[in-house]
Design a protein around this ligand. Structure first.
Ligand code: SF4
Length: 422
């Protein structure tokens, strides 16, 4: 099966999935409308029961008005319920048609293949095949977006995408985007580093700003996000990037459906939640008839050590906070970071002269919402102060992150390579 057919079939999967989801949403809406109608009906019955008991003419007039209003409301609810039921029927037919089209088209193209039992299996098989041929995939795409936080995983995925894109003759399609959360959320120099990393390969670089950053979000909502409700990632990163994806597809102005690869440096080894993701997936949220957005995780299977090895081998420039043994280039006080990393982050802020530890601790006190169930920022601050008085300020050297993961010799080679490139 050629790549065009695979992409065509994937779009049929998308249509079937979106039609099925639209039907499920219509069923839920109809259930809500039925409930509202039942409540409105109960209100009418209740008022009708009360109405004949009113003796006073003024009271009788008030009761009649109330009953008329309730009857009007009930009639509105019935109309909404009828409309909701019609939508259920419409979406059911559309979902059935889309799923049938997928089934018959797939059967025509899939002769000789192992039979796929479900739509998800069809999608998983096609996506796996595409992930196995990255150069062809890039060649078929109209645009390749690389989301870069400037962290070590973003850095290695960028290196892989750029070198593969060059091989496939697709460098002109690649755009690197960095979402800047602002100086009250992130470590200094992150945006500039992301730009240097992109410029190393001569790639276009765009900065998107997430207004207010993490602190702004928390101040507005009066609570900290957590692992289960990562509003920070959704609001500050995903929504901002999705807006750009839609814009990009519109700017391409194609007569055919635009195929956009949205690349991210996510790895299975990072967390159990991430290990459940796939190397390549259809982004149902942003895909539509005029654009097929495929989320691609080009370094999904890499282990931590392999990431550092690739950085060392190719002399890629990473952020110095890793040398202070902060394992992720996330927000300074990331809601997902463990206690000891937060303590270290507070101490690193003090060395760098950043006012953030007190700023975050005070915000926690102001909103009265604990940073995490297991520990507050006040506790982080107190522990950082205790260690500071026991051990003195943090000390680190350039190359310590590589030294820690790969040993002294590799770190020395890396530093020599960086010095040569400077
Ligand atoms: S780095 Fe952490 S705190 Fe910042 S947006 Fe991501 S999950 Fe939220």
């Amino acid at each position: 099966m050629d790549i065009t057919t695979r992409l065509y079939l994937l779009d049929l999967v998308r249509q079937a999935q979106q039609a099925t989801a639209a039907h499920a949403a219509a069923v839920r809406a109809a259930a809500r409308a039925a409930k509202a109608a039942a409540q409105a009906r109960a209100r009418v019955d209740e008022l009708a029961r009360q109405h004949p008991t009113a003796q006073d003419p003024e009271q009788t007039s008030e009761s009649t008005d109330e009953l008329d209003e309730a009857l009007e409301d009930y009639a509105d609810c019935l109309n909404r319920l009828q409309a909701a039921k019609r939508k259920v029927a419409r979406t059911f037919l559309a979902a059935r048609a889309a799923n049938r089209t997928l089934g018959t088209t797939y059967a025509q193209h899939a002769r000789g293949r192992t039979r796929a039992a479900s739509r998800d299996e069809v999608a998983a098989g096609l996506l796996d095949e595409l992930a196995d041929v990255p150069l062809e995939l890039m060649d078929a795409a109209h645009a390749i977006l690389v989301q870069s936080s400037a962290g070590k995983d973003s850095l290695v995925q960028l290196h892989r995408i750029a070198t593969r894109a060059e091989k496939a003759g697709c460098l002109h399609k690649v755009v690197v985007i960095h979402i800047d959360l602002g100086e009250e959320s992130e470590w200094p120099g992150v945006r500039e580093l992301a730009q240097r990393q992109a410029e190393r390969y001569g790639l276009r670089f765009h900065v998107l700003r997430a207004e207010g950053g993490l602190l702004g979000l928390v101040e507005k909502r009066g609570m900290w996000p957590d692992a289960a409700r990562r509003l920070c990632t959704a609001t500050l990163k995903r929504d901002v990037a999705n807006k750009l994806l839609r814009q990009l597809a519109a700017e391409l102005g194609l007569d055919e459906q635009a195929v956009i690869l949205n690349c991210m440096g996510i790895r299975a080894a990072e967390s159990p939640a991430r290990s459940k993701k796939q190397r390549l997936a259809i982004d149902m949220r942003t895909s539509a008839n005029n654009r097929m957005v495929l989320t691609w995780h080009p370094i999904f299977e890499m282990k931590d050590r392999e990431v550092w090895q690739e950085i060392a081998t190719h002399g890629l420039e990473y952020h110095p906070v890793y040398d202070a043994l902060i394992p992720r280039l996330s927000c300074v006080f990331c809601v997902l970071a463990p206690f000891d990393v937060l303590v270290r982050a507070a101490r690193l802020c003090w060395v760098l002269g950043l006012p953030l530890p007190a700023r975050y601790r005070d915000l926690e006190a102001k909103i009265g919402h604990r940073f995490k169930q297991s520990h507050s920022l006040a506790e982080v601050y107190a522990e950082a102060e205790r260690l500071e008085s026991e051990e003195g300020p943090l000390v680190w050297n350039r190359g310590d992150a590589i030294r820690q993961h790969l040993g002294d010799g590799v770190a020395d080679d890396y530093l020599a390579r960086l010095a040569l490139a400077a």
